[in-house]
Structures are given as C-alpha cells and as structure tokens.
Design a protein around this ligand. Structure first.
Ligand code: CP3
Length: 343
C-alpha cells in the first residue's frame, strides 16, 4: 500500500474517492504560470530551465492539492533533442522544419540525444524532492505517431495529412522514423523514471484519424514496444496510454499494447468503458475541458456522473483533453471539492 492514492489505483487497489489530476494543469490559465513564463522569456526556455520548470510543475499542486504532478515539458522536446528545428509561435503553436524523406531522417542526431534532455531530468529530481508523500510524480512523452505528425507536417493540423500521406506513400522511410521514435521514447522515459517519475503517460493525441490497420501498426504496436522496452529497464513503473479519439479501438489497444491504464477522451462513453475497459485496467478521465471553462451546474452534474459511472473499478479522475487558457482556476478547485466531499 502506497501513501499515494494515484499509485494505489494504478496498482489495482480501491480508494475511497478517485485520485485527481488534470492534463495541462500547469499552464496559461494560472496567473502564477504566466509570471514565471514571462521570467523565462519563452515557452522552450521554460521547458529547459530546471528550476523554473520545477516551479511551474509544483504551482497547481500547491494551489489545488492534486494527487499527481506531471513534469512540465512538451512532447516536442524529443524531435528538438534529435536535432529538428522547433519554435513555439504566439497564437500559432509549434512550428518545426519538416522532415519527410529518407535524407531528413538520416540526418536526425540520435547521438547525444539523452544528454540534450538533461534539464528535464534535473527538473524531475527537483520536483521529486519537493513533493509531499501523498502526491505522485508523472513523467511523459508523446507517442511516436503523434510526434511524427508534427515532425513530418512541421506543425499541428486537424487531419495529420502530411504524416498519413508519408505512411501510405513511403512506408519504408516512415517506418524508420517510427523506429527511431520508439527507441528515443524508451530511453527518454527510462531516464525520467531514474530521475524520479513514478508513472509515465504516453500522449497519442492524434490517434483518432487512422483507419484500423494503420492504428494497429502506428499506435498500438509502438505502444507495445515502448511498454516492453520500459519494462526491461524499470519493471515496476505503470504506463498510462492516451490514444485520443480512438473510439472502439480503445479495447484492442488496451488488450494488445499491455498498458497499465488508459486515459479516456471526452467522447468515450463512461458506461462502455466501465463494461469493457475497467475489467482489464484502471481508466483515467474524462470531463470535457470546456465544462471546466463553463463551470456551474452543468460541470457539477458531469463530474458526479463520471465519478459514479466509473466507481465500480479503478478510476483516476481527469479531463478528456488538456485544460484551456480561458479556464477560471476556481472551477478547477470546485471539481476537486466535489470529488473529495463524496466520501
Ligand atoms: O501540465 C501538463 O500537462 C504538463 C505539460 C504539457 C505541455 N504539453 C505543456 C504545454 C504536456 C503533457 C504537453 C503535451 C503535449 N504537447 C501534447 C499532448 C497532449 C495534447 O494536448 O494533445 C501535444 C500535442 C503537445 C504539442 C503542443 N505544445 C502544442 C500543439 C502546443 C500549442 C497549443 C497550445 O496550447 O498553445 C504546445 C504548447 C504548450 N505545451 C503549452 C503548454 C503549457 C502552452 C505554451 C505556452 O505557455 O505558451
């Protein structure tokens, strides 16, 4: 039995109330985050400054008392550490110099990759020693498919066209890129665990647009390989998968990838998840982030419904995607209050 409810649920134990954390819990909706980001000068500087990254990781823990902290970083530090040019443009999101052929892939710098991510490990060490004994520390990376959609397309898109076209037209090179990302993810997550992460989450935010055979090949199988590689290095660490918008493909994903838990997007039926997924693994989720913007009775009703629908099995309360910048912090506090008054 751990003193950390989040780890207890991942280990298959019951807790009186579901532990709670929220994706993007550190971010622009918090005035204290905006102050530190201003001090860092840019988002990437903040990611690579261990002291400030640790500080913004801890801000939502101090303010709300979440059951878990997630290390402040971004999924795109992997391509950046592999030598791909990356900038975060205000109002535009990430912009990368696209890599979409064999020459670009051959040019990726796998040597020295982990050393370039050492500020993240130092931030984890700092957070780990600052956290109380009831709060768990989560490490993370982007899933190879989702990271590849940014690497190949050079920016976010609603259809991931560039990566899907490359996977169809030039599978040999695309597959090589995916192999590099699987290996990088295993090495990166292993180093995060050594630096203090007690669980890891793999974000496959763009899993939803793939037809079933491609989903199996580019989402489920890489997750299985990462799970397996990580298990060799750190056998105990739980791995949470997040194949966002995968619909009914959540079930084969859980069955075949071997994840320890799965995070549900807001479109997933909680009753379906209770029936099909919870008998296999604990689930995380899945309040609509826009309900936390709106607050009020609509939000409160949904918090209770999700909690009740998933109360028969392992459940970590979370959102179906990240908190958005216009979220009033008081609404976040209210979600936690409702969950904890339910004992
Ligand atoms: O609190 C946490 O959840 C930890 C930190 C975290 C960030 N990004 C910080 C961030 C995590 C876990 C991520 C994951 C991430 N990053 C994903 C997967 C989850 C998801 O949201 O689907 C993806 C696809 C990215 C890539 C990314 N980073 C995009 C598309 C953007 C721009 C959109 C936006 O919200 O601005 C980012 C920037 C980013 N990552 C911010 C934060 C706090 C905002 C940057 C800022 O402060 O200006």
């Amino acid at each position: 039995m751990s003193s950390k409810p989040f780890l207890n649920v991942l280990a298959g134990r019951k807790t009186a109330v579901p532990p709670v954390w929220m994706m993007r819990q550190a971010g622009r909706y918090l005035p204290e985050y905006m102050r530190v980001r201003g001090q860092a000068g840019s988002f990437l500087n903040l990611c690579y400054n261990p002291e400030l990254a640790a500080e913004v990781t801890l801000q939502p823990i101090r303010r709300f008392g979440f059951d878990a902290a997630i290390i402040f970083s971004d999924i795109l530090v992997i391509p950046h550490a592999l030598g791909q040019e990356l900038a975060f443009k205000e109002g535009e999101g990430p912009v990368l110099a696209p890599i979409n052929d064999g020459a670009g892939i051959a040019g990726l710098e796998t040597n020295g990759f982990l050393e370039r991510l050492s500020p993240v490990f130092e931030a984890l060490e700092r957070v780990s020693s600052a956290l109380g004994d009831e709060t768990a520390l989560i490490g993370f990376c982007g899933a190879p498919w989702t990271v590849a959609t940014y690497m190949v397309g050079g920016r976010g898109s609603s259809d991931q066209k560039a990566a899907r076209m490359m996977a169809y037209q030039n599978e040999e090179d695309f597959s090589r890129l995916m192999d590099i990302l699987v290996d990088a993810s295993i090495a990166y997550l292993t180093a995060q665990v050594k630096a203090g992460a007690e669980a890891v989450q793999v974000f496959d935010s763009w899993a939803g647009n793939l037809p079933e055979p491609e989903f199996e090949k580019w989402c489920t199988e890489p997750m299985r390989l990462i799970r397996e590689g990580l298990a060799e290095n750190c056998p105990e660490v739980p791995v949470i998968g997040f194949p966002r918008a995968a619909g009914e493909k959540y079930l084969p994903y859980v069955q075949r990838s071997g994840v320890s838990a799965v995070s549900l997007d807001s479109s997933m039926s909680t009753r379906w998840a209770a029936e099909h997924l919870q008998p296999l693994v604990p689930v995380q989720g899945n309040l609509d982030p826009l309900l936390v913007v709106s607050g009020g009775r609509a939000m409160e009703r949904e918090v209770r419904r999700i909690r009740d629908d998933l109360s028969g099995g392992g459940h970590i309360f979370n959102l179906g995607h990240g908190l958005v910048p216009e979220t009033p912090p008081e609404h976040v506090a209210r979600v936690i209050e409702i969950l904890r008054e339910s004992v």
